[in-house]
Every structure is written in C-alpha cells, then in structure tokens.
Design a protein. Structure first.
Length: 189
C-alpha cells in the first residue's frame, strides 16, 4: 500500500496526539507518598506491599544529618536516621488514614527504641508527615489508641530527605520468602 506524501504529516500528527494522550493519562495518575518507620523496614514493607491501592514500597532511611547513609552507618554509628518505608499509593484507591491505621496495627507503637528483638534508635516508631492533614490524621489515631489505654511511643515528625536503602533491603520477604519476625497484624481500632 502506498501512502501519499501529503498524508504523512497527518499520520504523524495523529501518532503524536495518540502518544501524548497516553503519557498525559499516566502522569495524571493520583500517586501520593507516605513515610512510616516501625522497626526493621523489612517487616513494615511486608505489610504495606499487601495493601490494596499501594503501588510501591521502598525501604530507606530518614531523619538523620548525613546524606546517602548506608545500612552499616545507620546500624552502627549515630547518624540519627531511622529505618522506614516510602509508601507510594494511589489515593483514589486508598487513603492516608487507612495506611496510618495499618501502620499502627502492624508494629508495636508502644515500644520505645526498637521493635521486638531489634533494639536501637534506628528502629523507633515514627510517622513523617508531609502536610497538616497527615499530621492531624496521625494525631487523631494516636488519641484513639490512647483512649483505649495504649501508651503510644510513636513520634510525629515533619518529612525530611528520604534516602533509599541498598538493593538487598528492597522487597526482602518477597525475594527471600518467610514472614516478618518482629511484625505481625494486631487489630487495634
């Protein structure tokens, strides 16, 4: 089949329109990020990866002074970072409050300086909020738990730079199998 030369610009225009439309829809996808530290990031990641509406979970570090911290630095020196996860979620399918509730129900928010056998400030319970709405939701959930008699140790802190952990810490239980040793689901709400 022969295409006339004057048809080529028209075809190119349609192709450009079509591909631009695809990319526009992908970029309009309603993705938000939330940051939760609840002990070893492997266990926190495990539960968030199973939540409907979550697009990706990335293990990393936040809260310290140094840039590009490593696992060894966070674990064995005083960088003041905590292990945490960045939860990327489609907010048209799951809301922040649902994620925050899951956070409180999949680690011990009353334990100070660790989770289970993992002891150290890098395993502290912290919610890093990105805006006032996230802070207010977190405060509301903490108050609900306190009314139920829980002494909540979870800290609320403003979001800081997120540093992605090394590759061998990503998708840990998906790659290695098994289930978290310091995390489990406990209904609290």
């Amino acid at each position: 089949m022969m295409i006339k030369q004057q048809s080529i610009p028209c075809l190119l225009g349609l192709l450009l329109l079509f591909t631009t439309g695809i990319h526009a829809k992908e970029s309009e996808r309603p993705i938000s990020k939330a940051y939760f530290a609840g002990g070893c990031f492997w266990g926190v990641e495990y539960f968030f990866e199973r939540q409907d509406g979550v697009v990706d979970v990335i293990s990393g570090y936040m809260g310290g002074e140094s840039e590009y911290p490593t696992y060894m630095e966070v674990s064995y020196t005083h960088t003041n970072h905590v292990e945490l996860v960045e939860v990327q979620y489609d907010h048209s399918k799951v809301d922040y409050e649902t994620l925050a509730r899951l956070f409180f129900e999949t680690h011990d928010p009353t334990q100070i300086g660790g989770q289970g056998a993992d002891v150290g400030d890098q395993y502290s319970s912290v919610i890093f909020y990105s805006n006032e709405s996230e802070k207010e939701i977190s405060e509301k959930l903490i108050k609900l738990l306190e009314v139920k008699g829980f002494e909540i140790a979870t800290q609320l802190r403003s979001v800081m730079p997120f540093w992605e952990a090394e590759e061998d810490h990503q998708d840990y239980y998906s790659r290695k199998g098994g289930t978290p040793y310091c995390h489990g689901y406990t209904e609290r709400f």
